[in-house]
Design a protein around this ligand. Sequence first.
Ligand code: ZN
Length: 272
Amino acid sequence: MERLTVKGLVLRETPVGDNDKLLTLLTAERGKMTVSGRGVRSLRNRHMASTQQFCYASFTLVKSKSIYPYISDSELIESFFGLRGDIVRLAFASYVCEVAEHVSVEESGDVELLRLVLNTLYATSSGKKPIPLIKAAFELRCAAVLGMCPDLSCCSVCGAKEAPLFYLEIIEGNLVCPDCMAKRPSIEKDTDGNGGSYEARGGYQRPVSIVTPEILYAMRYTSSADIAKFLSFTLTDDAMISFGDTAERYLLHQLGCSFRTLLFYKSLSERD
Ligand SMILES: [Zn+2]
């Protein structure tokens, strides 16, 4: 029988029968994997602690005749215990895991994506940074890890590196300075009611977000810093909200989808 040891984060758990689970893991070695946890829902099972959602553990897997390999041994590395005591943190962590499951690929190891998700969950669990800041940075950095980072270096038309503000074209991932934007046909501002605006052009509307110098600095930093330090910045509350809107719109546009867990997180966080 073939054995394999991987370090994996439990993105999702699906109950099967009375005592079993299917786990969706994000691993550095094999990307996304589905594995079987036999008997792990039993309170006496020795793998119970490492087979919960958000747990990061070392798993020894055995390939059997069934479709999915089963867990023969496990050792918990990190449980992100701080997520359990706070419903908003838990909801945000669920969103992070749903995004990770959506963008990860089977049989394709992705060390950067796993590091990003682990660092994001660690910061969320520790409670040392505001969740809106973690969320914005995670969304932008996730786009960068997937090779979809916007070009934040300069105005895509004239090459200006600094301006009183920039417009970020959400679909193209380009910055445009106000002078270059003014030379374009009519602009209708804030028609999406989301702090951004749509540029009406030739009958087709292109979404843009306004990026102030403070937000641009944060975006440049978090998209390129070492992943261990990608949250080492601060923002004023207004800038954090604006960066959050921009990062969320950008990632969802680039992925072409929305997430059930994001709607739930927003329903909770907007109540605060
Ligand atoms: Zn320009």
